[in-house]
Design a protein around this ligand. Structure first.
Ligand SMILES: Nc1ncnc2c1ncn2[C@@H]1O[C@H](COP(=O)(O)OP(=O)(O)OP(=O)(O)O)[C@@H](O)[C@H]1O
Ligand SMILES: Cc1ncsc1CCO
Ligand SMILES: [Mg+2]
Length: 244
Protein backbone atom coordinates (compact mmCIF):
# COMPACT_ATOMS: atom_id res chain seq x y z
CA UNK A 1 0.00 0.00 0.00
CA UNK A 2 1.23 3.46 -0.85
CA UNK A 3 0.85 5.40 2.41
CA UNK A 4 1.01 8.87 0.90
CA UNK A 5 -1.84 8.73 -1.63
CA UNK A 6 -4.74 7.99 0.79
CA UNK A 7 -3.68 10.91 2.99
CA UNK A 8 -3.41 13.19 -0.02
CA UNK A 9 -6.77 11.98 -1.37
CA UNK A 10 -8.42 12.58 2.02
CA UNK A 11 -7.01 16.12 2.17
CA UNK A 12 -8.11 16.82 -1.41
CA UNK A 13 -11.64 15.57 -0.68
CA UNK A 14 -11.84 18.03 2.24
CA UNK A 15 -10.71 20.77 -0.12
CA UNK A 16 -13.41 19.85 -2.65
CA UNK A 17 -16.04 20.30 0.06
CA UNK A 18 -14.54 23.62 1.17
CA UNK A 19 -13.79 25.16 -2.22
CA UNK A 20 -16.71 23.71 -4.19
CA UNK A 21 -14.97 23.81 -7.61
CA UNK A 22 -17.02 24.61 -10.70
CA UNK A 23 -16.68 21.89 -13.30
CA UNK A 24 -18.08 22.26 -16.80
CA UNK A 25 -19.05 18.94 -18.39
CA UNK A 26 -19.56 18.48 -22.11
CA UNK A 27 -21.52 15.33 -21.43
CA UNK A 28 -23.26 12.87 -23.73
CA UNK A 29 -27.06 12.91 -24.03
CA UNK A 30 -27.50 9.68 -22.04
CA UNK A 31 -26.31 10.41 -18.50
CA UNK A 32 -26.01 14.18 -17.90
CA UNK A 33 -28.40 14.11 -14.91
CA UNK A 34 -26.56 11.26 -13.19
CA UNK A 35 -23.18 12.95 -13.75
CA UNK A 36 -24.40 16.35 -12.52
CA UNK A 37 -25.99 14.70 -9.46
CA UNK A 38 -22.76 12.81 -8.74
CA UNK A 39 -20.67 15.99 -8.85
CA UNK A 40 -23.14 17.87 -6.64
CA UNK A 41 -23.16 14.98 -4.15
CA UNK A 42 -19.38 15.06 -3.97
CA UNK A 43 -19.39 18.80 -3.26
CA UNK A 44 -18.56 20.31 -6.67
CA UNK A 45 -20.72 22.61 -8.78
CA UNK A 46 -21.52 21.17 -12.23
CA UNK A 47 -22.59 22.99 -15.37
CA UNK A 48 -23.61 21.05 -18.47
CA UNK A 49 -24.50 23.24 -21.44
CA UNK A 50 -23.22 22.11 -24.83
CA UNK A 51 -24.38 25.10 -26.84
CA UNK A 52 -21.54 26.44 -29.05
CA UNK A 53 -22.86 29.98 -28.47
CA UNK A 54 -22.48 29.70 -24.70
CA UNK A 55 -19.96 27.03 -23.84
CA UNK A 56 -16.95 29.39 -23.95
CA UNK A 57 -18.51 31.61 -21.29
CA UNK A 58 -19.18 28.61 -19.06
CA UNK A 59 -15.65 27.24 -19.43
CA UNK A 60 -14.15 30.67 -18.73
CA UNK A 61 -15.89 30.64 -15.34
CA UNK A 62 -15.16 26.97 -14.54
CA UNK A 63 -12.21 25.58 -12.59
CA UNK A 64 -11.95 22.49 -14.83
CA UNK A 65 -13.54 20.94 -17.90
CA UNK A 66 -14.63 17.43 -18.88
CA UNK A 67 -15.03 16.53 -22.55
CA UNK A 68 -17.05 13.33 -23.10
CA UNK A 69 -17.50 12.19 -26.71
CA UNK A 70 -20.69 10.12 -26.21
CA UNK A 71 -23.61 10.89 -28.59
CA UNK A 72 -21.26 13.10 -30.60
CA UNK A 73 -22.79 15.24 -33.36
CA UNK A 74 -21.76 18.31 -35.35
CA UNK A 75 -22.90 20.80 -32.69
CA UNK A 76 -21.15 18.93 -29.93
CA UNK A 77 -17.95 18.82 -32.01
CA UNK A 78 -18.16 22.58 -32.50
CA UNK A 79 -18.80 23.15 -28.79
CA UNK A 80 -15.88 20.88 -27.85
CA UNK A 81 -13.51 22.83 -30.13
CA UNK A 82 -14.55 26.12 -28.52
CA UNK A 83 -14.41 24.72 -24.96
CA UNK A 84 -10.93 23.26 -25.40
CA UNK A 85 -9.71 26.54 -26.92
CA UNK A 86 -10.99 28.57 -23.95
CA UNK A 87 -9.55 26.05 -21.47
CA UNK A 88 -6.12 26.43 -23.11
CA UNK A 89 -6.35 30.25 -23.17
CA UNK A 90 -7.32 30.41 -19.50
CA UNK A 91 -5.02 27.64 -18.30
CA UNK A 92 -7.91 25.48 -17.09
CA UNK A 93 -7.19 21.73 -16.79
CA UNK A 94 -9.42 19.36 -18.73
CA UNK A 95 -10.06 15.64 -18.97
CA UNK A 96 -11.05 13.68 -22.07
CA UNK A 97 -13.47 10.70 -22.08
CA UNK A 98 -13.46 9.21 -25.61
CA UNK A 99 -16.76 7.41 -25.01
CA UNK A 100 -17.48 4.70 -27.59
CA UNK A 101 -14.62 5.75 -29.92
CA UNK A 102 -14.07 2.01 -30.45
CA UNK A 103 -17.39 1.88 -32.36
CA UNK A 104 -16.60 4.69 -34.78
CA UNK A 105 -13.40 5.51 -36.70
CA UNK A 106 -14.34 9.21 -37.12
CA UNK A 107 -14.82 9.50 -33.37
CA UNK A 108 -11.52 7.72 -32.70
CA UNK A 109 -9.80 10.18 -35.07
CA UNK A 110 -11.42 13.10 -33.23
CA UNK A 111 -10.32 11.67 -29.86
CA UNK A 112 -6.77 11.35 -31.17
CA UNK A 113 -6.86 14.99 -32.39
CA UNK A 114 -8.12 16.13 -28.99
CA UNK A 115 -5.32 14.23 -27.24
CA UNK A 116 -2.88 16.45 -29.16
CA UNK A 117 -4.59 19.56 -27.72
CA UNK A 118 -3.32 18.97 -24.21
CA UNK A 119 -5.83 17.33 -21.91
CA UNK A 120 -4.39 16.77 -18.43
CA UNK A 121 -6.02 13.30 -18.27
CA UNK A 122 -7.53 10.69 -20.58
CA UNK A 123 -10.15 8.43 -18.91
CA UNK A 124 -11.29 5.46 -20.96
CA UNK A 125 -12.57 1.92 -20.64
CA UNK A 126 -10.28 -0.87 -21.86
CA UNK A 127 -11.61 -1.06 -25.45
CA UNK A 128 -11.37 2.70 -25.97
CA UNK A 129 -8.00 2.89 -24.26
CA UNK A 130 -6.41 0.23 -26.45
CA UNK A 131 -7.30 2.15 -29.60
CA UNK A 132 -5.65 5.45 -28.74
CA UNK A 133 -2.04 6.50 -28.46
CA UNK A 134 -1.57 8.77 -25.51
CA UNK A 135 1.01 11.56 -25.95
CA UNK A 136 3.82 11.83 -23.40
CA UNK A 137 2.77 13.86 -20.40
CA UNK A 138 -0.96 13.12 -20.60
CA UNK A 139 -2.10 11.04 -17.61
CA UNK A 140 -3.80 7.92 -18.97
CA UNK A 141 -6.52 6.30 -16.83
CA UNK A 142 -7.93 2.92 -17.86
CA UNK A 143 -10.97 1.88 -15.83
CA UNK A 144 -12.27 -1.63 -15.25
CA UNK A 145 -12.12 -4.16 -12.42
CA UNK A 146 -8.83 -2.52 -11.61
CA UNK A 147 -8.27 1.14 -12.46
CA UNK A 148 -4.80 1.98 -13.76
CA UNK A 149 -3.37 5.50 -13.78
CA UNK A 150 -0.21 5.95 -15.87
CA UNK A 151 2.07 8.80 -16.88
CA UNK A 152 5.54 8.78 -18.43
CA UNK A 153 6.31 5.18 -17.41
CA UNK A 154 5.00 5.46 -13.82
CA UNK A 155 1.78 3.63 -12.99
CA UNK A 156 -0.59 3.34 -10.08
CA UNK A 157 -3.33 0.72 -9.61
CA UNK A 158 -6.53 1.19 -7.67
CA UNK A 159 -8.48 -1.96 -6.84
CA UNK A 160 -11.31 -0.27 -4.93
CA UNK A 161 -14.68 -0.61 -6.64
CA UNK A 162 -17.77 -2.81 -6.92
CA UNK A 163 -18.98 -5.07 -9.77
CA UNK A 164 -22.42 -3.37 -9.78
CA UNK A 165 -20.69 -0.23 -11.11
CA UNK A 166 -20.23 -2.07 -14.40
CA UNK A 167 -24.01 -2.69 -14.60
CA UNK A 168 -25.00 0.99 -14.38
CA UNK A 169 -24.61 3.07 -17.55
CA UNK A 170 -22.62 6.21 -16.90
CA UNK A 171 -20.44 5.18 -13.98
CA UNK A 172 -17.41 5.55 -16.27
CA UNK A 173 -18.68 8.95 -17.41
CA UNK A 174 -19.12 9.99 -13.77
CA UNK A 175 -15.64 8.73 -12.86
CA UNK A 176 -14.24 11.01 -15.60
CA UNK A 177 -16.17 13.94 -14.15
CA UNK A 178 -14.81 13.16 -10.68
CA UNK A 179 -11.31 13.29 -12.17
CA UNK A 180 -12.12 16.79 -13.47
CA UNK A 181 -13.22 17.81 -9.95
CA UNK A 182 -9.84 16.78 -8.54
CA UNK A 183 -7.99 18.47 -11.43
CA UNK A 184 -9.68 21.70 -10.33
CA UNK A 185 -7.96 21.60 -6.95
CA UNK A 186 -4.74 19.60 -7.49
CA UNK A 187 -2.07 20.86 -9.89
CA UNK A 188 -0.43 17.45 -10.40
CA UNK A 189 -2.80 15.52 -12.72
CA UNK A 190 -1.31 12.14 -11.76
CA UNK A 191 -2.17 12.74 -8.10
CA UNK A 192 -5.54 14.26 -9.02
CA UNK A 193 -6.54 11.27 -11.16
CA UNK A 194 -5.28 8.72 -8.61
CA UNK A 195 -7.13 10.44 -5.76
CA UNK A 196 -10.30 10.60 -7.87
CA UNK A 197 -10.20 6.88 -8.65
CA UNK A 198 -9.67 5.98 -4.97
CA UNK A 199 -12.57 8.21 -3.90
CA UNK A 200 -14.86 6.87 -6.65
CA UNK A 201 -13.88 3.26 -5.98
CA UNK A 202 -14.52 3.53 -2.24
CA UNK A 203 -17.88 5.24 -2.90
CA UNK A 204 -18.79 2.29 -5.16
CA UNK A 205 -17.84 -0.16 -2.38
CA UNK A 206 -20.01 1.73 0.13
CA UNK A 207 -22.92 1.75 -2.33
CA UNK A 208 -22.45 -1.96 -2.98
CA UNK A 209 -22.96 -2.72 0.72
CA UNK A 210 -26.62 -1.68 0.65
CA UNK A 211 -27.59 -2.06 -3.03
CA UNK A 212 -29.54 -5.13 -4.10
CA UNK A 213 -28.94 -4.59 -7.84
CA UNK A 214 -28.07 -1.86 -10.38
CA UNK A 215 -31.33 0.03 -9.75
CA UNK A 216 -30.62 0.62 -6.07
CA UNK A 217 -26.86 0.94 -6.67
CA UNK A 218 -27.29 4.19 -8.61
CA UNK A 219 -28.89 6.30 -5.81
CA UNK A 220 -26.71 4.53 -3.22
CA UNK A 221 -23.64 5.70 -5.16
CA UNK A 222 -24.87 9.31 -4.99
CA UNK A 223 -25.40 8.93 -1.23
CA UNK A 224 -21.94 7.41 -0.82
CA UNK A 225 -20.29 10.25 -2.77
CA UNK A 226 -21.93 12.69 -0.36
CA UNK A 227 -21.24 10.72 2.84
CA UNK A 228 -17.70 9.56 2.10
CA UNK A 229 -15.14 11.15 4.41
CA UNK A 230 -11.39 11.24 4.82
CA UNK A 231 -11.54 8.49 7.47
CA UNK A 232 -13.09 6.07 4.93
CA UNK A 233 -10.28 6.80 2.51
CA UNK A 234 -7.56 6.15 5.10
CA UNK A 235 -9.28 2.90 6.13
CA UNK A 236 -10.30 1.45 2.76
CA UNK A 237 -7.95 2.76 0.02
CA UNK A 238 -6.42 -0.03 -2.05
CA UNK A 239 -3.91 1.77 -4.21
CA UNK A 240 -0.35 0.88 -5.10
CA UNK A 241 2.50 1.79 -7.39
CA UNK A 242 2.97 -0.85 -10.06
CA UNK A 243 6.26 -2.71 -10.02
CA UNK A 244 8.11 -3.27 -13.31
N1 LIG B 1 -15.60 -5.71 -12.85
C1 LIG B 1 -15.60 -4.55 -12.18
N2 LIG B 1 -15.48 -4.55 -10.84
C2 LIG B 1 -15.48 -3.38 -10.16
N3 LIG B 1 -15.60 -2.15 -10.72
C3 LIG B 1 -15.71 -2.11 -12.06
C4 LIG B 1 -15.71 -3.28 -12.86
N4 LIG B 1 -15.81 -2.90 -14.17
C5 LIG B 1 -15.90 -1.57 -14.16
N5 LIG B 1 -15.82 -1.08 -12.90
C6 LIG B 1 -15.91 0.32 -12.50
O1 LIG B 1 -17.06 0.83 -13.14
C7 LIG B 1 -16.85 2.16 -13.59
C8 LIG B 1 -17.06 2.20 -15.11
O2 LIG B 1 -15.96 1.62 -15.72
P1 LIG B 1 -15.97 1.12 -17.21
O3 LIG B 1 -14.57 0.77 -17.53
O4 LIG B 1 -17.04 0.09 -17.36
O5 LIG B 1 -16.37 2.49 -17.95
P2 LIG B 1 -17.27 2.81 -19.20
O6 LIG B 1 -17.40 1.61 -20.10
O7 LIG B 1 -16.75 4.04 -19.83
O8 LIG B 1 -18.67 3.14 -18.51
P3 LIG B 1 -19.89 4.03 -19.07
O9 LIG B 1 -19.64 4.22 -20.55
O10 LIG B 1 -21.12 3.24 -18.75
O11 LIG B 1 -19.88 5.32 -18.34
C9 LIG B 1 -15.44 2.53 -13.14
O12 LIG B 1 -15.54 3.23 -11.91
C10 LIG B 1 -14.76 1.19 -12.94
O13 LIG B 1 -13.78 1.27 -11.96
C1 LIG C 1 -24.81 4.25 -23.66
C2 LIG C 1 -24.24 5.49 -24.19
N1 LIG C 1 -24.31 5.82 -25.50
C3 LIG C 1 -23.73 6.97 -25.78
S1 LIG C 1 -23.04 7.71 -24.42
C4 LIG C 1 -23.57 6.47 -23.42
C5 LIG C 1 -23.33 6.44 -21.97
C6 LIG C 1 -21.94 6.08 -21.61
O1 LIG C 1 -21.55 4.87 -22.14
MG1 LIG D 1 -17.48 5.28 -21.35
Amino acid sequence: MNAVLPERAAALLDEVRQRRPRVHCLMNGVVPKFVADGLSALGAIPSMTSSPEEVGHFVAKADALLVNLGTLDARRREAIGIAVGVAAERGRPWALDPAHCDYSPPRAAFAQELLARGPAVLRANAAEYDLLSVPAGVVAVRTGKQDRIAQNGAAFSVTNGHPLAAMVTGTGCLSGAVIAVFLAIEADPFIAASAAMVVFGIAAEMAGETATGPGSFEPALLDALANLGGAHILQFAKADHEQD
